[in-house]
Write a protein that binds this ligand. Structure first.
Ligand SMILES: *[C@@H]1O[C@H](CO)[C@@H](O)[C@H](O)[C@H]1NC(C)=O
Ligand SMILES: *[C@@H]1O[C@H](CO)[C@@H](O)[C@H](O)[C@H]1NC(C)=O
Length: 400
């Protein structure tokens, strides 16, 4: 199969799987609840013990749960997070937002991940992501878009101030979709990260709409087992239909209401150093050595300069430098309730494109399940503040 076909079929497969799961859950026999569940008292007639009962049924792929969930997620407004819009002192921030404050095992304590998180809106979603991936031995660089509102920046700063291992990148970009600024934002964070006193092994980049499916421990085990010393930045030789991205010069337009990238009539020169341009994921998991290489190597620097006026350079820069062929680690789907069962069964580390406003229950369920798993794997004693929910009968089924 040629690389272009591989790219396309990966995407088609993604869509096919989404559609299949959706259909499957719809057609599956209604109301397959086990007898034991029915005896439990319910808070509200339809929504049951919300949301854990629905979450556990959704993860098991029960039809009725999918239908009821669509209704209930709009009846129950998800509880707003404390200390986000009001100011709290740091000990309250840590407790109220359930941050984990000690490494959960020796293995995790001695393997640090660095995260780059690029955000511009949706404070709650960012905090949910941050508290899910936060571990005291890791390090986090947050790139807040220069054009974000002042109160948003201040709210992020307030939370960040409570942690020695979380910081806002020293240089902020006005990020334009598909523009060089998106790549520059990552590089700004990398420069800060390599200068940090905190040692780290790998760096992972995320955006504010991503959410982890695996625990910190799972991610480390995955890296160590399959990728030790290697980068994860899947891609293929630049397909023909992508060539325009690097053949003419592009510019960023930054206006008060809208920003975008547009092509000019100027043809671009060939890539420097005879580099073959690859195309792939803008998401990566990279070793510290590779990051140091990209920040110092002459070819990497020249490629960066050459990429300044290309379309979506983050989708060729890392892949080209790494020259790694492979399959996509992350496919792109917008997740709905019907996808939950598929998401947890997938080997992927992160899911992206969450839209909490459309599917609030998806976020609630993933978050609850993720934290239960994290605590279940812990090899140290657990603080009560680390739990997102009270113990209940349905947790056991979530914590698979
Ligand atoms: C933080 O705030 C809480 C609640 O307002 C208060 O009980 C606690 O004493 C404060 N802690 C510090 C260190 O100021
Ligand atoms: C680029 O590659 C071509 C063909 O492989 C070769 O003839 C040329 O010398 C190379 N140029 C550089 C600068 O390496």
């Amino acid at each position: 199969m040629n690389p272009l076909d591989a790219t396309k079929s990966g995407f088609l497969l993604c869509i096919a799987v989404c559609m299949f799961i959706y259909t499957f859950i719809y057609l599956k026999d209604a109301l397959s609840a086990e007898p034991g569940e029915q005896k439990l008292s319910r808070n509200a007639a339809e929504c049951g013990f919300y949301p854990d009962e629905l979450c556990s049924a959704l993860f098991m792929g029960k039809t009725a749960a999918f239908k009821i969930g669509s209704f209930c997620q709009h009846t129950y407004q998800p509880a707003t997070l404390s200390c986000i819009h009001t100011s709290c002192n740091c000990s309250t921030v840590l407790k109220a937002l359930h941050f984990i404050t000690r490494p959960l095992s020796d293995e995790e304590g001695s393997f640090s991940l660095a995260y780059i998180i690029t955000i511009h809106k949706e404070l709650e979603m960012f905090v949910k992501l941050l508290r899910a991936i936060y571990m005291p031995q890791n390090i986090y660089c947050i790139h807040v878009d220069e054009k974000s509102p002042t109160d948003y920046k201040a709210a992020v700063q307030n939370i960040v101030n409570c942690f020695e291992n979380i910081f806002i990148s020293s240089k902020r970009e006005n990020v334009v979709y598909a523009g060089f600024s998106r790549l520059q934002a990552d590089i700004n964070c990398m420069r800060d990260l390599v200068r940090s006193k905190i040692q780290w092994n790998y760096v992972i980049n995320l955006c504010g709409q991503d959410y982890p499916i695996k625990t910190n421990k799972d991610i480390i085990k995955y890296i160590k087992s399959k990728w030790n010393g290697k980068n994860m930045t899947p891609g293929v030789v630049q397909p023909l239909h992508m060539k325009h991205r690097t053949q003419v010069s592009y510019r960023e337009y930054v206006g008060p209401a809208t920003s975008y990238v547009y092509p000019t009539k100027n043809a671009k020169t060939k890539p420097p150093h005879n580099l073959t341009i690859y195309f792939g994921s803008a998401y990566y998991i990279l070793t510290k050595e590779f990051v140091e290489f990209t920040l110092t190597d002459a070819r990497a620097k020249d490629l960066l300069e050459w990429s300044r006026d290309t379309y979506s350079p983050d989708e060729h820069y890392w892949v080209t430098l790494n020259r790694l062929h492979g399959h996509y680690i992350r496919d792109i789907c917008v997740y709905g309730l019907g996808d939950l069962q598929w998401i947890i069964e997938s080997p992927h580390l992160f899911a992206n494109k969450f839209e909490p406003a459309t599917y609030p229950l998806v976020m609630d369920c993933l978050e609850r399940r993720h934290r239960l798993q994290v605590l279940h794997q812990a090899e140290v004693s657990i603080d009560d503040d680390w739990r997102l929910q009270e113990d209940n009968y349905f947790n056991m089924k979530l914590n698979v």
